[in-house]
Design a protein around this ligand. Sequence first.
Ligand SMILES: Nc1ncnc2c1ncn2[C@@H]1O[C@H](COP(=O)(O)OP(=O)(O)OP(=O)(O)O)[C@@H](O)[C@H]1O
Ligand SMILES: [Mg+2]
Length: 441
Amino acid sequence: MGICWSSSSPPHNPTSTPTNSTLSADTRAGTSSQSQRTSSSYTYTSSSTSTSTSTSTSTTTSRSYASSGNNSSSINNTNDSTKFSTTSSSSSGGQILENDNLRIFTFGELKAATRNFKADTVLGEGGFGKVYKGWLDTSSHSNSSRNNGASGSGSGSVIAVKKLNSESLQGIEEWQSEVTFLGRLSHPNLVKLLGYCLEETELLLVYEFMQKGSLENHLFGRGSAVQPLAWDIRLKIAIGAARGLAFLHTSDEKVIYRDFKASNILLDASYNAKISDFGLAKLGPSASQSHVTTRVMGTYGYAAPEYVATGHLYVKSDVYGFGVVLVELLTAQRALDPNRPSAQLSLTDWVKPYLSDRRKLKSIMDSRLEGKYPSKAAFRIAQLALKCLAPEHKQRPSMNEVLESLERIQAANEEPKLRSNRTVATRHVHHRSPLHPIRDK
Ligand SMILES: Nc1ncnc2c1ncn2[C@@H]1O[C@H](COP(=O)(O)OP(=O)(O)OP(=O)(O)O)[C@@H](O)[C@H]1O
Ligand SMILES: [Mg+2]
């Protein structure tokens, strides 16, 4: 999008390969999968009156961008926009809990769980810090782990531990927001926050472990370990993520997620999608009013144009991000990729004309699908993505409408398969049914 690289935006640095640029007010690094990481870090701050650039030497690639209006005060996540009312509600298999069921971990426990945060337990890294795979020995905390969902079968369970990087200035606010939101939101398509640790300068978050990692790794990761996702799996992931987002938007509290992107969609062993990272989430405004945020935060390429331009945040701003992810699922191209020719820098700007033409669409589909997808369904998804990407937030569908469309596309996809299975089953009954045993003559 033009907005990403406008005159007040950071200059493109050809020596780095930022793949997941984050709009934020500080060094909260929008980083990509480990495989895409380089060793430079750039942080940009831009306001209506000034632009400043600083370079540091962290081991991760990051590009952060903060656009603030005249009022440059930072978002205080302890304000009303992150406070739930005390009522609980239930919607589509999810609920807002009266109280969180979070367990408070000691730093020592998490140190032991991750073998002293050993390098070989690192699952990935984002703006908050590194994420480690850990093992919780349930026998040692059987009393304190009740209700937290951490107890696996047998004597332990696998967890993911996110540890605040001391350089992350945004950490405390995001940490607080994560605990406030995820601690009380419960839905099969939201990643489960099991607990946290707060000891002196150590801030950590403990999640259920998601075996298949992030959608970002699957779509853009390279190497033999990364298997391309089959069409049915892509559809399943889109539906799961849509369910999670629809739950947030329709819950009594109307949560605006604000950072919908492939790296925040995590996958369990069966490719069930769960949304993670509520560091930027806000409680939604009433009716069609928007939040006016003093700082625009999110990730370039995914953030809705009205939000980037004005700071006005709507529930439908999330729908735009969902549309971008739909296009990523079709094309396996990143929302923003400076390694592409400049005309193709922004995925949505580049592919929009292709989404409305069935034949053109074929030319931008992920080649790793090897043509194994129903072209009608792909076209319907492309059209749905276009609706989500409408420049006017009011023109975009609600997440419930998006979910329904995706489910219809999936059902239409399944029908021919079911029919052919039924034929097989019928044949099976005719020839092998024990109700009609073939008597030995
Ligand atoms: N619960 C989890 N289970 C398994 N892997 C996880 C889990 N949480 C995070 N990860 C891994 O860690 C990586 C980094 O996650 P993290 O949320 O910190 O950063 P990010 O989403 O890439 O960027 P950002 O800071 O902008 O959200 C993810 O891409 C994923 O591979
Ligand atoms: Mg994340």
